[in-house]
Design a protein around this ligand. Structure first.
Ligand SMILES: C[S@@+](CC[C@H](N)C(=O)[O-])C[C@H]1O[C@@H](n2cnc3c(N)ncnc32)[C@H](O)[C@@H]1O
Length: 212
């Protein structure tokens, strides 16, 4: 295993994180043991952040003590890898849908560095009393107003580092994805300096990862 970022490892073109709860799988990913350490395979077709890493991300923003506000956490597939990495940090997972949140709550019972929040990310004032001192915002919400949600949360929690996963077809189904991405980059660029923008094909069709 070669360490490529803090908490992220690579072997034979696959990436891994160290399993915080050895022996337990989260989404039927492969577990690999090397000496005393168990690693979980991080699937780029299931997690856009893994896709961004495999597509050449230069700066990985999550460290051991990072506190993350995660919008659109679903059942916690990607969040579980963040939880493997940010072992001294905290992940606030916001999700609007009850069904995936139910699975995420179960995951939070095992992984003590994750907090479930059943809320609408359009309304950050609803969870501002729970979320404290966040260093990094991660957003993966396929909604038409995903950029508006992003900026609203960045401002409310005064966050400087972030990643937003943009799905072109959710913003405008009739416009070419390339044009949607230009429009979105322009819009976000008015508020923040974009460090990296990575197309996620073939892992996620018509998606781009934008890092602030
Ligand atoms: C693409 S899925 C997220 C997958 C997840 N990020 C992962 O990688 O494991 C998008 C999620 O955003 C949630 N969502 C959509 N609109 C939302 C909103 N306004 N507030 C919070 N969550 C929302 C959906 O219910 C869905 O679970």
């Amino acid at each position: 295993m070669k360490k490529i970022f803090e908490g992220v490892y690579k072997e034979n073109s696959k990436i891994f994180t160290k399993n915080l709860i050895p022996g337990k799988k989260v989404y039927n990913e492969k577990l690999v043991r090397k000496g005393n350490v168990e690693y979980r395979s991080w699937n780029p077709y299931r997690s856009k952040m893994a896709g961004a890493i495999l597509k050449g991300l230069k700066y990985f923003p999550i460290k051991k003590d990072t506190k993350i506000l995660y919008l659109g956490v679903a059942s916690g597939t990607t969040a579980s890898h963040f939880s493997d990495i940010a072992t001294n940090g905290l992940i606030y997972g916001v999700e609007i849908a009850f069904k995936p949140m139910k699975n995420f709550v179960k995951l939070c019972q095992e992984r003590k560095n994750m907090v479930p929040i059943l809320e609408d990310a359009n309304k950050p004032y609803k969870y501002e009393a729970i979320v404290e001192d966040v260093d990094f915002l991660y957003q993966d919400i396929a909604q038409k107003n995903q950029v508006e949600i992003f900026i609203k949360n960045m401002e409310k929690f005064d966050i400087e580092k972030a990643c937003i996963m943009i799905k072109a077809r959710s913003i405008d189904i009739s416009m070419q994805p390339k044009k949607v991405f230009e429009k979105v980059k322009n819009e976000i660029g008015k508020h923040y300096e974009i460090k990296e923008a990575i197309r996620l094909n073939p892992y996620a069709k018509d998606h781009i990862a934008i890092f602030i």
